[in-house]
Design a protein around this ligand. Structure first.
Ligand code: PEP
Length: 264
């Protein structure tokens, strides 16, 4: 059964005890939904303690970043190999990494490759900046980001991964505007077409595509009901347990509506 995915990116917020408290509250509020997968991406330091506290029937963990080499003299870095036991997913190519830390296409490709090599599922973030959007370059940007990031992967590996479409101009960090639902559908279609051209339709049908950009409890359902939307990546609203649990509920309702329709 296809599940909707709700990913909470806690960014560089919350120390260990704050994160533990938030997890405790989410435990209380979020039910186990058979058609929803909830993924929490805390700061690196907090992954280990949270992994001991987490109810794995409800949540999975994601790293927000890691380094592409498995081991060695790379001071300050953490490898995907070291994260193997802790994180099921890793966010790769987030716009904050691309913009603030100058991660380029090659670095992101190497990280995606390293994640897959270490059995960690990449959540690859792609999306155009406001200037690129205004210049009508969105499709070219998505094409380049996707083609390059998956270039070392097999069709089967691509089918397992997650791609999050996050227009930079809609992300709260960059004082984002709210994207209209009608603006997102063509981009979802473009992303799947892109994967189809590279790896065939079966792979394109399987790859999970998320939306991210100032999603909150009021807007989540609209994005999630889009054709081919497998869920949402939530930043700011994910550290508010009320908002995040409402987003999870919206995902559950959206997925249940799809299932009801499929079952006639
Ligand atoms: C994000 O961090 O990927 C994100 C989409 O943030 P926000 O929801 O705050 O815009």
């Amino acid at each position: 059964m296809r599940k909707k995915l709700v990913v909470g990116n806690w960014k560089m917020h919350l120390n260990t005890s704050q994160a533990s408290l938030l997890l405790h509250r989410l435990h209380e509020r979020i039910k186990i939904y058979r058609n929803i997968e909830v993924v929490l991406a805390p700061t690196m330091l907090v992954l280990q303690p949270l992994s001991l506290q987490i109810d794995r029937r409800k949540f999975r963990l994601a790293a927000q970043n890691a380094y592409s080499k498995d081991e060695g003299a790379f001071t300050g870095e953490v490898s995907f190999t070291q994260l193997r036991e802790l994180a099921h997913y890793a966010i790769i190519g987030h716009s904050e990494r691309r913009i603030y830390f100058h991660e380029d296409l090659d670095m992101i490709r190497d990280k995606v490759t390293a994640a897959v090599r270490n059995d960690i599922t990449p959540i690859l973030c792609v999306g155009e900046t406001k200037a690129e959007h205004r210049a009508g370059e969105t499709k070219q940007v998505l094409h380049d980001q996707i083609t390059s990031a998956v270039s070392n992967l097999t069709a089967r590996e691509v089918a397992e991964m997650v791609i999050a479409y996050e227009p930079v101009w809609a992300i709260s960090t960059f004082q984002g505007d709210l994207a209209k639902v009608s603006q997102i559908q063509p981009m979802f279609d473009f992303i799947r077409n892109q994967i189809s051209e590279l790896y065939g339709k079966r792979t394109a049908d399987k790859v999970r595509v998320l939306y991210g950009g100032s999603v909150d409890e009021n807007t989540a359902r609209g994005y999630m009901d889009l054709q081919g939307c497998d869920g949402v990546l939530v930043g700011g609203a994910s550290i508010n347990y009320h908002k995040f649990s409402e987003i999870v509920k919206a995902a559950h309702r959206s997925q249940t509506a799809v299932e009801d329709k499929d079952n006639g």
